[in-house]
Design a protein around this ligand. Structure first.
Ligand code: ADP
Ligand code: MG
Length: 265
């Protein structure tokens, strides 16, 4: 009786302390794991570690959820959802990249390939994996990045914007090459690439091989200088084959796919 009363007072105190620590899940974990600990004769240290583990895991998960939401992915895709049998050549490289080590080294990733081969999926999935490792990222198309940088430039705060973006470990630029850039836009994009060079990572996707980038940036010299900075510390992955979107529909020879494949070879 006395012992039970003492336990319930301790439980109340744990609830109070967990509230002060803003870790209300500790109350539930402490109660649930106490029975398990008694049954299995855990040491005090084992019990404390198990309770704290639950709290830390829950915090990491909710942090990752927030980072994924804030990154602005068009749709959340994961590496688990990706069918590597459709792209066997990149399986090992993508698996290695999913550890997130490339972010601490400020390395870049370039995903090249025809439409529908999974570039946006993989760029997103790498961003989702990065969020799980505690890195903040931002996803947008090349056109959206140009709009954002142009607005900052016109407002006289381009440097501040680039500095702000450098605090994100990962910037994803989807669809480089779908639309050609004006000269001003190309220069702004060059500044984004330069500002991140050896500081923070970029993931870029493009349906064009590098040889086609001069046409996008309107200038051979700007394109060459940009590609030089991007690929200096980068993994370049080339996806191949027919569009995954059109699988099983008997349409595996869109003219655009033929053309892109031929340009690449
Ligand atoms: P891209 O950006 O290269 O044009 P996406 O990544 O948008 O292609 O892929 C088109 C669609 O097909 C998306 O819904 C994507 O999730 C899916 N997809 C593409 N490749 C694969 C794959 N290997 N496994 C699973 N889904 C895939
Ligand atoms: Mg895409």
């Amino acid at each position: 009786m006395m012992a039970a009363a003492k336990t319930s007072e301790t439980v109340k105190h744990i609830t109070y302390l967990a509230g002060v620590l803003k870790a209300p899940r500790i109350t539930e974990a402490a109660a649930r794991l106490a029975d398990q600990a008694r049954d299995a004769n855990w040491t005090h240290e084992d019990y404390l570690a198990a309770v704290l583990d639950r709290e830390v895991a829950a915090r990491n998960a909710s942090g990752a959820r927030l980072r994924i939401k804030a990154a602005g992915f068009p749709a959340v895709k994961t590496l688990e959802d990706f069918d590597f049998d459709a792209q066997p050549a990149v399986r090992n490289q993508i698996t290695a990249l999913s550890s997130g080590a490339f972010l601490t080294e400020a390395r870049n990733i370039v995903l090249l390939g025809p439409p529908g081969t999974g570039k946006t999926h993989l760029a997103t999935a790498l961003g989702v994996a990065a969020a799980g490792h505690g890195h903040r990222g931002l996803f947008a198309t090349a056109t959206d990045w140009i709009t954002r940088l142009t607005e900052a430039h016109h407002a006289g705060r381009l440097a501040a914007e680039l500095a702000k973006l450098r605090r994100y470990g990962l910037i994803i630029v989807d669809e480089v090459g779908y639309l050609p850039f004006e000269q001003d836009a190309a220069n702004l994009f060059f500044q984004l690439v330069s500002s991140r060079y050896e500081h923070a990572s970029l993931v870029l996707t493009s349906n064009l091989p590098f040889s086609g980038w001069a046409g996008v940036f309107g200038d051979q010299v700007v394109a060459a200088a940009m590609i030089d900075r991007i690929v200096h510390h980068a993994d370049v992955l080339t996806l191949k084959g027919a569009s995954y979107r059109l699988r099983g529909r008997g349409i595996d020879s869109l003219p655009s796919i033929r053309t892109t494949t031929e340009t690449e070879n």
